[in-house]
Design a protein around this ligand. Structure first.
Ligand code: DGL
Length: 270
């Protein structure tokens, strides 16, 4: 098959990477997409670096076996933990951390940038390091938000949902007090909480969706390499997960309109 017509592969620990898929489908409607959500092992963000690296290697191997032209590690945790080694930062792949850091540094006016992500992402120190590398005068305010992924995975995302609002206030009010004008949603689950987050921080704080930024970065790279599909019809979406396909389908509808896409359960590491 012509390499241009191979699918784009996207993976995450669970559903969060579907925020990257949503953006991909908007900006590259003719591309076929293969998505893997490692739903049997989500969350990654509270696990050790070694465990996260071994899970990510299995996710990658699966997409390689399927055959993709480009891979997006649409998981802030995997991207952060691997950022120091520049894995997922070549012409065939990207993570979510570098594209979102670049955009945040570009759009922030007062150079006070907040980063919210999983505990593993924040403790990797890589969001802060990369922001400072881009511009040493940026002040970074980081906050791990361990309760956000369970809230999203369980559908507690609507504006006014009291438990979600209370937890979000606890995490976000210190960032508001610090005067940030830009907030990186460093976990790909978090855009589902955008309404709640904006209500707390106000309109003056720009939210950066790391999954959407990665999708736009992939579009640029594929364009530069002449690897965009030349098909004229709508691209297909194939979904794989490692836990129940029915559960996946049910939860995935919170993230994107699945159209006719079906999920299939697979075992990794075989
Ligand atoms: N979407 C993942 C991330 O971006 C979810 C976090 C997790 O698995 O803990 O970090």
């Amino acid at each position: 098959m012509d390499k241009k017509e191979l699918p784009i592969g996207v993976f995450d620990s669970g559903m969060g990477g579907l925020t990257a898929v949503k953006e991909l489908r908007d900006i590259l409607p003719h591309e076929d997409i293969v998505y893997l959500g490692d739903t049997a092992r989500v969350p990654y963000g509270s696990k050790s670096r070694e465990t996260i690296l071994s899970y990510a290697a299995e996710d990658l191997a699966f997409l390689k076996k399927v055959g993709v032209k480009f891979t997006i590690a649409a998981c802030g945790t995997v991207s952060s933990v691997m950022a120091r080694d520049n894995i997922f930062e070549d012409e065939r792949s990207c993570g979510v951390i570098r594209p979102s850091v670049k955009t945040a540094a570009e759009v922030s006016k007062n150079k006070k940038i907040g980063v919210i992500a999983t505990p593993a992402s924040i403790s990797s120190g890589n969001y802060e390091r990369l922001l400072k590398e881009l511009s040493p005068d940026i002040e970074v305010y980081s906050k791990p938000c361990p309760m956000f992924v369970p809230l999203v995975e369980n559908g507690y995302v609507e504006r006014g949902c009291i438990p979600a609002v209370e937890i979000a206030k606890e995490y976000l009010l210190p960032l508001k007090q610090a005067g940030i004008d830009t907030l990186i949603l460093g976990c790909t689950h978090y855009p589902l909480l955008s309404g709640i987050i904006s209500d707390i921080l106000g309109d003056g704080v720009r939210l950066i969706s790391s999954g959407a930024e990665a999708a736009r970065h992939a579009q640029r790279l594929l364009g530069e390499k002449g690897l965009l599909s030349t098909k004229s019809g709508p691209g297909t979406l194939k979904l794989y997960c490692t836990d129940s396909a029915d559960l996946f389908m049910e939860n995935a509808t919170h993230f994107i309109d699945l159209g006719g896409a079906r999920a299939e359960r697979v075992s990794l590491g075989e």
